[in-house]
Design a protein around this ligand. Structure first.
Ligand SMILES: NC(=O)N[C@@H](O)C(=O)O
Ligand code: NI
Length: 175
């Protein structure tokens, strides 16, 4: 089985903008001091969307680590709402996305290496691979939609993508 080589890239707000939001305490986002100077608020970081008939829910995903090299054989999307992942374990992880719309092929995938202090929020309908924790069992706070209508479409990739063992974009968590 041939596979399509995928190259991880560092996660930045700009690069991830076509797919959603990056959730991080960066000087590039609006932030201001509150609580009589004790606390800095990094404000309004992600567009949380549960749609007209959904409810926003907060969960914790405890992910088992994936082994690299990793074959990306499927992708999924949530057409009715956004889905945000914020790491609680402080460890790097991988994010694989493709633009909302037509089912992606391996050549449409983007792979981002996220630091342990960066979260992501997938906009509704953005194709993504399910959680890709690395190295050790990792917890993530997840903010997404709960509702009655089905909200998870899956697609199998005719040609799998391959994430290499040595991910140049994987950087240690910021000090
Ligand atoms: N199925 C589920 O809730 N998780 C996936 O949506 C995922 O993106 O990890
Ligand atoms: Ni998902």
């Amino acid at each position: 089985m041939t596979m399509f080589p995928l190259t991880p890239e560092p996660l930045t707000r700009e690069a991830f903008a076509p797919f959603g939001d990056v959730i991080e305490a960066s000087d590039a986002v609006r932030h201001f001091t509150i609580n009589a100077g004790n606390t800095e608020r990094y404000h309004d970081l992600a567009g949380i969307d549960a749609g007209p008939d959904g409810r926003v829910v907060v969960s914790i995903f405890r992910g088992q680590p994936r082994t690299l090299p990793f074959k990306v054989k499927m992708m999924e999307r949530h057409p009715l709402g956004s889905q945000a992942f914020v790491p609680l374990s402080g460890r790097p992880y991988l994010v694989v996305v493709a633009p909302a719309g037509t089912a992606p092929g391996a050549q449409d995938l983007r792979v981002f290496a996220a630091r342990g202090d960066q979260g992501v929020n997938y906009a509704p309908g953005v194709w993504h691979h399910p959680l890709l924790a690395l190295d050790t069992v990792s917890d993530f706070l997840v903010v997404d939609r709960s509702g009655n209508a089905p909200n998870c479409d899956e697609v199998q990739l005719a040609l799998p993508g391959l994430i290499p063992a040595a991910c140049p974009g994987l950087v240690p968590t910021a000090p």
